[in-house]
Design a protein around this ligand. Structure first.
Ligand code: SF4
Ligand code: SF4
Length: 343
């Protein structure tokens, strides 16, 4: 939610935006137009990475205003493929896979089957799993300029998860955690269960099995998902998890506050040339490589799909974060670090 009363029209959001990068006067002018509901190129140029919500020194959430204006003006034109993917996410067959009654529930959203071979091993054994359209969180619609879809479907998502009767639900998808922590508050929805982020689950699992961990002694570039902009308070948990398994998160330009989108959002926007998309993907990967990373780590399976091939071509082995933990626990990753991709 945008907080107009907090905004000082300083222009910082549009000046620091890596994609728009406006000079100060233009930034102030265009943001002022946004606030007044006047036409501005911002709504067409913004790729929806949500980074400016973190750049704003006043906590005003400028992206939320930009996103609302994008929808009101129909300014963000998604590609047919991106729109079809969003619609398909809510139509996927839904399933509750019963596990051990004493073990927790994990929601795989609509992305659990995207990377075959990733939901495997002792970390997932016996968990009760939910997946499919009924358990899709809709946060992806922010990326195609339709935030009303998130608002309109939030209660249904919460109700479907609540029907499991679980007191705690682990979110495999970073987007779901954003919906269940940040967005539900905005929409005034009460939760009858506690959402747990997968990194918290992984960190606690590693803490409880620390004697079985072999430190990996690996330097990695971390790809922060855009949804993490809403839940940045969990970032220290990622650092702690890496530390416990002997992984160093290289200090690079495009991480934490300055992280780049995986470019999936840009790829879903009509009219962006594929060379431009590739350029941003390569900037991101080369930044990790030049900072000394030997692997690229993903929290979101969609980020992995967007970057894993190019990362590997640059000698950076791609891993989902859960697979790094499996590696540290001595498990063999028979389907590769980020799903089966190499033929
Ligand atoms: S939203 Fe924040 S960063 Fe942007 S102009 Fe307002 S105060 Fe400045
Ligand atoms: S959401 Fe991202 S692309 Fe859009 S204005 Fe903010 S920082 Fe720039």
């Amino acid at each position: 939610m945008f907080y107009p009363e907090r905004c000082t029209v300083c222009g910082e959001c549009l000046m620091r935006c890596p994609y728009l990068n406006y000079p100060e006067e233009k930034a102030k002018e265009e943001f002022s137009k946004l606030m007044k509901g006047e036409a501005t190129p911002v709504t067409r140029e913004c790729i929806t990475c949500a980074a400016c919500n973190m750049f704003c020194p006043e906590g005003a959430n400028p992206f939320d205003l930009i996103n609302d204006r994008q929808e009101a003006e129909d300014a963000f034109k998604p590609t047919e493929q991106a729109l079809a993917m969003m619609n398909m996410a809510s139509e996927l067959p839904s399933e509750i896979i019963k596990g051990d009654p004493d073990k927790p529930f994990m929601n795989l959203c609509s992305v659990g089957d995207l990377l075959p071979g990733v939901i495997e091993g002792r970390l997932f054994e016996g968990l009760n799993l939910t997946k499919g359209g009924d358990y899709f969180c809709y946060i992806g619609w922010l990326h195609i300029g339709k935030p009303s879809m998130v608002r309109d479907n939030a209660q249904r998502f919460v109700d479907n998860l609540a029907k499991t009767g679980a007191r705690e639900i682990i979110c495999y998808h970073d987007d779901c955690y954003t919906m269940l922590t940040s967005k539900v508050k905005e929409f005034g929805i009460d939760l009858p269960f506690k959402p747990i982020h997968i990194v918290e689950y992984l960190r606690d699992y590693v803490r409880d099995h620390i004697s079985e961990v072999t430190r990996l002694d690996m330097k990695v570039g971390y790809q922060q998902p855009c949804a993490s902009r809403y839940t940045f308070e969990k970032d220290p948990i990622i650092d702690e998890l890496f530390d416990l398994i002997g992984v160093t998160r290289v200090d690079r330009k495009y991480d934490r506050v300055n992280a780049l989108c995986c470019s999936g959002a840009m790829a879903g926007k009509s009219g962006v040339h594929k060379d431009t998309i590739n350029e941003w993907r390569m900037k991101n990967i080369m930044d990790a490589k030049e900072a000394g990373a030997e692997a690229m780590v993903f929290l979101c399976p969609l980020c992995a799909l967007s970057l894993r091939n190019r990362a590997r071509a640059q000698g950076l082995e791609p891993y989902m974060i859960s697979n790094l933990v499996r590696l540290a626990l001595g498990e063999e990753l028979s389907n590769g670090g980020a799903g089966k991709i190499y033929g």
